[in-house]
Structures are given as structure tokens and as C-alpha cells.
Design a protein around this ligand. Structure first.
Ligand SMILES: [Zn+2]
Length: 111
């Protein structure tokens, strides 16, 4: 059992205490000694990879949104409206599903 300094009020409190006796700050989540930045080195490679894959899916979804939007409202309005609009709506729908999947997947893996 050791004494640590509360990051909020500076009072010396036992590291076994769940909260600071001086100000009530929860101590378990962020001890004063760990000033690790949320960088890439500390994170497991698996989370890094899944995170990248979901970022890729989101990027793809956003690209799809733009593509579908242009197809539906610009190209669809100019020539052969039915085919272009239909294709644009399909692209928009797929992008929406992809975005939902990416968001849900990221939420599922990262909590
Ligand atoms: Zn305190």
C-alpha cells in the first residue's frame, strides 16, 4: 500500500482507496503516475487493425454517399433520369448500410 497524490486536489491518499478522501475524485481510472497519451504504441495491434478497417468502411461509405448523391440529383436530372436515379439511390442505400455496419462494428469492438 502506497500513498499517491490526488491529481485534482494534491492530497496524499492511499492507492487502495477507490476515491480521494479530500475531494472524492475517483482514483482507480486515472492514477497520477500514468500520463500515457492515447497514442498508437500502447494499443494492441488487433484493435488498431479493426479500427483501421472500420475507418476504411466509413471512408468508403462517405465516398458512396457523394457518388450516389451526384448520380441521383445531378446526372439523374440531366439524362436518362430513371436509370441514373435508381442506381444513385441503390448506391446511397449501400453506403448507408456500410456506414451503419462500420459504426456498429466499431461500437461492438471498442465499447
Ligand atoms: Zn482529491
Amino acid at each position: 500500500m502506497a500513498l499517491i497524490e490526488c491529481p485534482d486536489c494534491g492530497k496524499q491518499v492511499s492507492d487502495a482507496a477507490p476515491t480521494c478522501v479530500g475531494c472524492g475524485r475517483p482514483l482507480r481510472a486515472a492514477p497520477a503516475s500514468s500520463t500515457v497519451l492515447p497514442g498508437s504504441e500502447q494499443r494492441p495491434a488487433l484493435i488498431e487493425q479493426t479500427s483501421k478497417s472500420y475507418k476504411g468502411q466509413q471512408l468508403l461509405a462517405i465516398t458512396g454517399f457523394c457518388f450516389g448523391f451526384v448520380l441521383t440529383f445531378f446526372i439523374g436530372g440531366l439524362s436518362d433520369p430513371n436509370a441514373a436515379t435508381f442506381f444513385g439511390v441503390v448506391v446511397l442505400l449501400i453506403s448507408t448500410l456500410l456506414m451503419i455496419n462500420a459504426k456498429l462494428g466499431a461500437w461492438w469492438h471498442h465499447g
